[in-house]
Design a protein around this ligand. Structure first.
Ligand SMILES: *Cc1c(COP(=O)(O)O)cnc(C)c1O
Length: 237
């Protein structure tokens, strides 16, 4: 008879090892994962200039298996890239915190804009997944931790061209998919083409994703505000 072992892996890129403990998710040893996987490309690099990943486990047997597999597959990364990551790691907590603060400030600003029908940021109360975030990332209450990544759903009455023009018109935010780097990024998302079904609880509209860099909050808000008024010819904005 063949036995099947199942293991659980978590993509912990968003939490960056700071927002919660992947090997002890609820703090009581009840819920945990076997592997924690990170795109080092994001926060551990912090510069938006390295592509690298990591897989971690606390289990020695699994760790040995992983090392052997790694060796047999012949995977390796460049020494200069490793140096870049190692140099950035000591500042990861500081960078995570400042980008978190900026993202939450922008998410709150968006909540007050009539063109925005929904803010998607797990640390903002009323957002999808907020209770889950609170249980994992702020179990004792308080500010907790979150990545500098959030989305807004813009009014479905806008056209895609208006939304694209809004993104193009931004001067501080660059257009880009990655995150965790020094420059704030924006990207419009087409939910229909990315998902087979419309996600539960998500309002209809145009999704725009932001990731925050190290720019000043007031400059970022001025940029958003300026582009909103110029590109989204929308009553009340
Ligand atoms: C970016 C990202 C990845 C992939 O990382 P790359 O280094 O860009 O290939 C995986 N998971 C999450 C959650 C990411 O954000």
């Amino acid at each position: 008879m063949q036995t099947t072992l199942s293991h659980t892996a978590l993509d912990n890129t968003w939490g960056a090892g700071l927002a919660f403990k992947p090997f002890d998710l609820l703090g009581d040893g009840q819920l945990s994962v076997d592997f924690s996987v990170h795109a080092l490309t994001k926060y551990p690099s912090g510069g938006g200039d390295v592509l690298m990943g990591s897989v971690m486990t606390r289990d020695d047997t699994l760790g040995l298996k992983m090392k052997l597999t790694h060796m047999r597959l012949g995977l390796c990364v460049g020494a200069n890239d490793i140096e870049t990551i190692l140099r950035s790691l000591p500042t990861i907590a500081l960078r995570y915190e400042i980008q978190d603060k900026t993202a939450r400030a922008l998410a709150h600003w968006w909540q007050a804009q009539s063109v925005c029908v929904q803010v998607l940021h797990p640390a903002i109360s009323g957002s999808l997944g907020h209770d889950h975030w609170r249980a994992l990332c702020a179990p004792k209450g308080g500010w907790g931790h979150a990545a500098g990544l959030f989305s807004v759903m813009l009014d479905p009455r806008l056209t895609s061209n208006q939304v694209d023009a809004f993104c193009d018109q931004l001067e501080i935010f660059r257009i880009g998919y990655s995150w965790g780097g020094p420059i704030s990024l924006v990207v419009p998302y087409n939910v229909e083409s990315a998902r087979s079904a419309w996600p539960t609880g998500l309002q209809k509209g145009h999704l725009v994703r932001f990731s925050t860099g190290f720019e000043a909050v007031h400059d970022l808000i001025a940029d958003l505000s300026h582009s909103l008024h110029h590109c989204l010819n929308f009553e009340g904005c």
